[in-house]
Design a protein around this ligand. Sequence first.
Ligand code: GAP
Length: 403
Amino acid sequence: MVSLEKIVSLAKRRGFVFQGSEIYGGLAGTWDYGPLGVLMKENIKREWWRAMLEPHVFALDSAILANSKVWEASGHVENFSDPLGEQQFNLMFKTHAGALENESATVYLRPETAQGIFINFKNVVDAFHPKLAFGIAQIGKAFRNEITPRNFLFRSREFEQMELEYFCEPKNADKYFSDIRTMRMKWFTSLGIKKENLQFHDYGKDELAHYAGATTDIEYRYGLSESGFSELEGIANRTDFDLKNHFPGCSWIDNEFVAREGGFVPYVIEPSVGIDRAFLAFLMDAYAEDEVGGEKRMVLKLHPKIAPVKVAVFPLVGNKENIMAKAREVFDTLRKDFTTRWDDIGNIGKRYRRQDEIGTPWCVTIDYQTLEDSTVTIRDRDTAKQERVEVKELLQYIQDRLK
Ligand code: GAP
């Protein structure tokens, strides 16, 4: 397993992730995503939405700041704390809305995106009239005043979550819990994370959060704990805890929703994953040091869907006008469909190394033969094998492999 130090150094050197406020000595628990980090994070989000947005799952983007009553009702004001010596330390960031800094102006930065979903439950039901079971999904920032932020992106104070709240009949909750647990594990392996680096951890009754009926974590082998495994994603059966708390006395739920649905408040199954932890797992899992053509290299074997750059275009010689013109033509065609990079500096071997380090799955070289027969070489990152492909087939070639 690659060390965290190597990943932190690669992330900075190649423009994936930088320390927050670095030039002022940093701000603990904050990280800035660089140009490649942004692209990769967007890919992770896109794949998550793709997996989530079934016809009966609705998207939401709720506000980070919420009325403080939200956090009283949810139990976070009372329970979301870490024991710190004698004192209980609440992990929520507190600020004030408006000019007055008194109690009544207190607002919290959300420590989870989930509550934004629960407080919009009625809005979504009224607008779309969905039948159970249905879900509401959201991606967004969350903030926790962690006492000891550490281990790079693993535990920070500002991070991003991808959460689905899946509402169902209580009698079906165990089945959906089990289905979602399986579906989420498959999501990680289908995007290239090695099976042996993932495991489930089922919680005992004494380990459960204040809202949860049952919880399973998907753990990744980050190498940060004694067993090597730590939480990547949490999957919880939150029962009817949140809906009951937000609709006091459940007047709307009892009188309208429950009557309509046949006499119960829905249970909710929640898979919740930190994007930053997923990002770190994808990076660590993809990292490899191997040898091609007798030369050592460092390579990120990222799944092509996650890789920030899909294809790089190299003119064989950077000073020959006709080769440059042909290469530009290929570049302009590819960049309409894929994130494409141009590199005409140094020998081809060096250019391959640079793309290997950022995980680019394919490199296309335009050479003298291209001018004669309109073929290019396309080189595969993982095998370092090269094939000659006709320029007009290039788009399809890459599209087929991205599927
Ligand atoms: N809504 C449920 C919830 O927030 P959680 O287990 O506290 O549950 C869910 O958080 C996920 O958010 C975790 O599995 C982890 O991936 C991510 N996460 C939590 N705290 C984090 C932190 N301080 N830094 C980075 N990611 C964090």
